[in-house]
Design a protein around this ligand. Structure first.
Ligand code: PLP
Length: 350
């Protein structure tokens, strides 16, 4: 079974009416900003939903460019950041190319490599080093994928370490694909790393998972290939979503300040409950997960099955590149529900 099979099972149990607290996926459980809903509704009513440019509408790309302090020519809009990560990896990689992926890692990176016939070189890290890997194996690599803030641990990589990696990678002409899906939800501001290819999403920052809206900031030399790939696959991102995205970015800091405060509260509550129950994890630097271990977890897959039977869905660390004594939890519920989730997780410890 894979991570996504487990998620599908939990979803089925939930739709069959099971009393299940779903902490297995990164659903925010926060309301989509009103500005997005209002703008999308107006736009639909105006009968303006036609095909638009594969790279995104001019006005949306300009707004994004201002947010990122880059030229609009560097901006590519896509239907979700997973799609853009795939599209960029496809543009950069050939069959057999080696891709460095620090772990634990979001399962999609390995899946993308697999789809492209590239070799995912998984680099281990440890909780006692705050999940920072040792030296990265740049030899013969064609791409480094970094997730910052990090899923599944929610740590933020030390700026000096990222700079070191960028320096070596640049020297060797190895591109860095920086997944910043959680950037706006970091509890303290994060450094911008301009010498990377950066991908950001509206899914987590703005609670718009199902809207499928994201963008990448790329070297201009990549845009023609990405444009061709988007044209050949989805044609363009719906202009309804792009209009909504533009309205959200008009007030992004206000929205993110409010969401961050809610994530901070959720995290503080879960941290206290889990520590009291004997779980161990790195201090999160951002929303929305904890990657936790406990002396009572020796086989994360078996543990997550028992937890599912007890009414709480958590994701086995095994699915995040073999961390079998850990589980990932999305802290996406209110305090009382998180307390009950931890109670259910505790009764099934080995
Ligand atoms: C690290 C990371 N990147 C990207 C994504 C994909 O987000 P989306 O495709 O919804 O933009 C996720 C979703 O869980 C994620 O955890």
């Amino acid at each position: 079974m894979s991570f996504y099979d487990f998620v599908a099972r939990a979803a089925r149990l939930e739709s069959d009416g099971a009393d299940l607290i779903r902490l297995d996926i990164g659903a925010t459980q926060l309301p989509t900003p009103r500005a997005a809903i209002e703008r999308a509704t107006q736009f639909v009513a105006q009968q303006k939903a036609e095909y638009v440019s594969a790279l995104g509408t001019d006005s949306f790309r300009e707004v994004i460019a201002r947010r990122e302090d880059v030229s609009p020519d560097q901006v590519v809009v896509g239907p979700g950041s997973k799609y853009l990560l795939y599209a960029i990896a496809k543009a950069l990689l050939r069959t057999g190319d080696r891709v460095i992926i620090p772990t634990p890692a979001w399962p999609a990176y390995a899946m993308i490599c697999d789809e492209l016939g590239a070799e995912a070189v998984m680099v281990p890290a440890e909780i006692d080093n705050n999940w920072h890997p040792g030296s990265l194996p740049f030899d013969d690599a064609e791409l480094l994928i970094l997730c910052n803030p990090h899923n599944p641990t929610s740590i933020v990589y030390a700026e000096s370490r990222v700079r070191d990696w960028i320096e070596v990678a640049t020297e060797r002409k190895i591109p860095i694909l920086l997944d910043e899906a959680y950037r706006g939800l970091a509890f303290s501001p994060i450094e911008t790393f301009p010498d990377t290819i950066r991908v950001r999403s509206f899914s987590k920052e703005f609670s718009m998972e199902g809207w499928r809206l994201a963008y990448a900031v790329v070297p201009v030399s990549l845009t023609a290939r990405l444009s061709r790939f988007i044209s050949a696959t989805v044609t363009c991102v719906s202009p309804i979503m792009q209009e909504a995205g533009e309205s959200v970015l008009a007030d992004d800091e206000l929205i993110l300040t409010s969401f961050r405060a809610q994530w901070r509260q959720r995290a503080d509550h879960a941290i206290a409950e889990l520590r009291a129950a004997g779980f161990r994890f790195a201090e999160p630097g951002a929303a929305m997960y904890l990657f936790a271990t406990h002396d009572g977890i020796t086989d994360s897959v078996a543990y997550s099955e028992r937890a599912l039977d007890a009414g709480v869905a958590v994701s086995a660390g095994q699915y995040f590149a073999g961390y079998n004594r850990f589980v990932r939890m999305s802290l996406n519920r209110d305090a009382d529900t998180l307390t009950e989730a931890v109670r259910r997780m505790t009764v099934v410890l080995g």
